[in-house]
Design a protein around this ligand. Structure first.
Ligand code: 5GP
Length: 190
């Protein structure tokens, strides 16, 4: 099977990376498909099973980890595990597409390490941690406790930005979308 490329977007949550990834998926010329992660957290808001995530019970998640079904997985937040299933790469590559990931910083670097030549690892940086905290509050999907947990994690995550291939600053969303398109387009032509 011909392998496609891997495009990783990692960032603290509230940095706008999901919006950027969704935008790139609408750009048909890029030929991207989304790597649907598995998670043991509950679905929130409008999220759908098998579209946003494969929602698994903690037991199901553990079984898959033991069966070595994950390319990478992590307990990203207390009791909430997230991971990339190996079967996602086969699913997407078999359609002749490139895989795009919306995953956390450690997971993103882990994928880059496993596929150094084929991966473009992009770190999406919010203009500031204060701005990110504001965006999380506006989103109204997380409790105060979760928001504070995410903010604390973000500060640590930003220190890994230097290990990525590119840092994309999301100051102005429209500019960031265009920059992301150009980065990916150049990489897949290589
Ligand atoms: P959320 O709960 O906001 O959907 O995601 C929480 C965090 O988990 C985000 O930083 C998200 O990028 C990360 N995440 C989602 N899927 C994966 C995955 O497959 N692996 C890893 N390592 N992190 C993931």
């Amino acid at each position: 099977m011909a392998k496609g490329k891997l495009i990783v977007f990692s960032a603290p949550s509230g940095s706008g990376k999901t919006t950027i990834v969704r935008h790139l998926l609408t750009e048909k010329a890029l030929g991207l498909d989304f790597s649907i992660s598995a998670t043991s957290r509950q679905a929130r808001g409008q999220e759908e099973q098998g579209k946003d995530y494969y929602f698994l019970s903690p037991e199901e998640f553990k079984k898959k980890a033991e069966a070595d079904a994950f390319l990478e997985w992590e307990e990203v937040y207390t009791d909430n595990c997230y991971g990339t299933l190996k079967s996602e790469l086969d699913r997407i590559w078999s359609m002749g597409k490139h895989v795009v990931f919306d995953i956390d910083v450690i997971g993103g670097l882990n994928i880059k390490k496993q596929f150094p030549e084929e991966t473009l690892a992009v770190f999406v940086k919010p203009p500031s941690v204060e701005e990110m905290e504001k965006r999380l509050r506006l989103r109204q999907t997380d409790s105060e406790e979760k928001i504070l947990e995410r903010v604390a994690k973000a500060e640590k995550e930003i220190s890994y930005a230097k290990d990525f291939d590119v840092i994309l600053i999301n100051d102005d969303l429209e500019v960031a979308k265009k920059d992301a398109f150009n980065l990916v387009n150049n990489f897949i032509q290589k």
